[in-house]
Design a protein around this ligand. Structure first.
Ligand code: DAH
Length: 341
């Protein structure tokens, strides 16, 4: 028996497998239930008692060595196959091609651009409320009940309460700001507004405006004009021209509407500008002294200008979008044409 053990020990020590399968083959040969080492253990009971100690020790040594050899070879083959797998990765391949990335909504892009342009000349951004009381949306802006100017803005009333409305204009934010902040004030207020209008290519019941307000001691109409010229050139290009036409808003005096030279035909005449060469983009004016008084600002000391524009209108001109409804349908084929760049 000792001889057999020695022979097997030699076999174990010199064994070097070529493959994982061969390791498994030898594990079965030596250590499985019917393996040679196991058979020797079964035979152990027949060993004469004076040899039991020596044979027992050798047998245990054989089993340990065989087990160690099998384990270390198994480990070797496993780590080799792992590193082969890693070698198979080609890091120069392009990224997974069908990964879809989102894009920013065109109205958000234009809003951010407007904020950016005015931030450069010191305008902060202020937020208002979409559900507004009559005072802030109308009365404080010189538009009391039964004033004909209310007809210009078909209003949604909240719970049929004549005192609460979905704001029809971001001009309401002006009133809040003037009520709690002392001049100088220089701020713009972007936000959503609502009007009870039939939805078409040119009108919607919900849209977005940006209101601008500047109040200080010596603000003039020339400041207003220069501010709007700067904005128009930054937004539509350095060659853009502006013109102001007299108009009427209850909260400004004098009031004006501003046109820019048509971005499509550059003034030559096309169907976007109805062959006039000009397109209207905003309303503006000097804040009416009565509005200042309504907000507890002394009109003898302070003056100011205000303006309001529609973000959809600016976006339509900038991107040549012909139908306002496209902005609200969220069709990805439309949206993905706009990038954040
Ligand atoms: N709130 C007006 C509208 O929705 C736009 C507007 C006109 C705002 C003149 C102003 C302004 O601040 O001075 O039609």
């Amino acid at each position: 028996m000792l001889e057999k053990i020695h022979k097997l020990l030699e076999e174990v020590e010199s064994f070097g497998a070529q493959s994982k399968d061969q390791v498994e083959e030898y594990r079965i040969k030596w250590l499985s239930k019917k393996g040679e080492v196991t058979a020797l253990f079964d035979d152990f009971k027949n060993v004469p008692s004076d040899l039991k100690k020596e044979v027992g020790q050798k047998l245990n040594l054989l089993k340990t060595k065989a087990q160690e050899k099998i384990n270390s070879l198994k480990e070797k083959f496993e780590s080799e196959s792992n590193s082969n797998e890693k070698k198979d990765i080609d890091l120069t391949l392009p990224a997974y091609p069908t990964l879809q990335t989102g894009s920013r909504h065109p109205l958000s892009l234009v809003k951010e651009q407007i904020i950016d342009i005015f931030a450069r000349i010191g305008f902060t951004v202020s937020d208002g409320k979409e559900i507004e009381d009559d005072w802030h949306n109308f009365s404080a802006l010189n538009t009391p009940e039964n004033h004909p100017a209310r007809d210009m803005q078909d209003t949604f009333y909240v719970n049929l309460n004549p005192e609460m409305v979905l704001r029809t204009q971001t001009s309401s934010v002006q009133v809040h700001i003037m009520e709690y902040q002392k001049p100088p004030i220089r701020t713009i207020s972007p936000g959503r507004v609502y009007r009870n209008e039939a939805i078409s290519a040119r009108a919607h019941c919900q849209f977005h405006q940006v209101e601008g307000l500047y109040i200080d001691e010596h603000v003039s109409f020339a400041d207003l004009k220069q501010t709007l010229l700067y904005f128009s050139k930054e937004m539509f290009g350095a060659e853009t021209k502006i013109r102001l036409r007299p108009s009427y808003f209850p909260f400004t005096e004098p009031s004006a509407e501003m046109d820019i030279s048509c971005t499509i035909c550059k003034g030559a005449g096309c169907n976007v500008c109805k062959y006039t060469g000009w397109v209207e983009i905003l309303g503006c004016g000097m804040v009416d002294p009565q509005v200042l008084t309504n907000c507890s600002i002394d009109p003898n000391k302070y003056k100011g200008f205000a303006f309001g524009m529609g973000i959809e209108r600016i976006s339509m001109l900038k991107y040549q979008v012909k139908d306002l409804r496209l902005f609200f349908e969220n069709d990805v084929r439309f949206l993905k044409q706009f990038t954040s760049a």
